[in-house]
Design a protein around this ligand. Structure first.
Ligand SMILES: Cc1cc2nc3c(=O)[nH]c(=O)nc-3n(C[C@H](O)[C@H](O)[C@H](O)COP(=O)(O)O)c2cc1C
Length: 187
């Protein structure tokens, strides 16, 4: 698949067949992520990889941790968590992405940008491999306790998102994009 086809056909996929992704395939996607541009060769991205057994253990942790089960709405928390757990059960793998925070705000902003580019690389590589991906900042998955459980350190690492991966069980229509003339102008 050529780059432009991957860029245009990548869609946010939230429904998966339940087929497992081999660890080697997930690692190949992370390798593609690591070819993103990054200033000072900081390579600030950090990845925590969850195969299906780890995703199941994560689900157990989320359920057993009231501070997480209640986010973002203490009243609807249980229902939202049940929906999340159901969806997580269909994933082939999950990749949690963080970046190493820099003390200098300008460098930190650049490192965040580099890590975001790495996420897009990962999602495009997944598309090219016929896989679905979903860049999620779900509050339960973004919770500092969840990050710590996954092996990220919220004290010194920021969080880009949880990247859901798997065999797509849906093919959503592309959401609209603004015209180039609405977002770009020649100087
Ligand atoms: C940083 C970031 C966080 C996102 N978090 C969520 C999320 O928590 N829930 C969600 O439904 N979509 C989330 N999305 C996906 C967007 O909703 C999606 O990209 C957008 O609807 C466009 O659809 P497309 O990805 O198929 O082009 C996120 C996207 C980005 C870049």
């Amino acid at each position: 698949m050529d780059a432009l086809t991957a860029i245009r056909s990548r869609r946010t996929i939230k429904a998966f067949t339940g087929a497992a992704l081999p660890r080697a395939q997930v690692e190949a996607l992370v390798d593609a992520a690591c070819w993103a541009p990054n200033h000072r060769l900081a390579q600030p991205w950090r990845f925590r990889l969850l195969d299906q057994p780890a995703i199941a253990r994560l689900g157990g942790f989320l359920q057993a941790t009231p501070a997480i089960a209640a986010v973002p709405d203490p009243h609807k928390g249980a229902a939202k968590l049940a929906k999340l757990l159901e969806r997580l059960g269909s994933l082939g793998a999950l990749v949690m992405v963080g970046w190493e925070r820099a003390a200098d705000p300008a460098i930190d902003l650049e490192d965040h940008a580099a890590a975001a580019a790495a996420v897009q690389n990962l999602c495009l590589a997944a598309t090219a491999a016929g896989l679905g991906s979903f860049w999620s900042t779900n509050p339960a998955l973004s919770h500092p306790l969840t990050l710590g459980w996954c092996g990220l350190d919220p004290a010194r690492q920021g969080f880009l998102g949880a990247i859901w991966l798997g065999t797509p069980a849906e093919s959503p229509a592309p959401p609209p994009r603004k015209a180039v003339t609405d977002v770009a102008g020649w100087v």
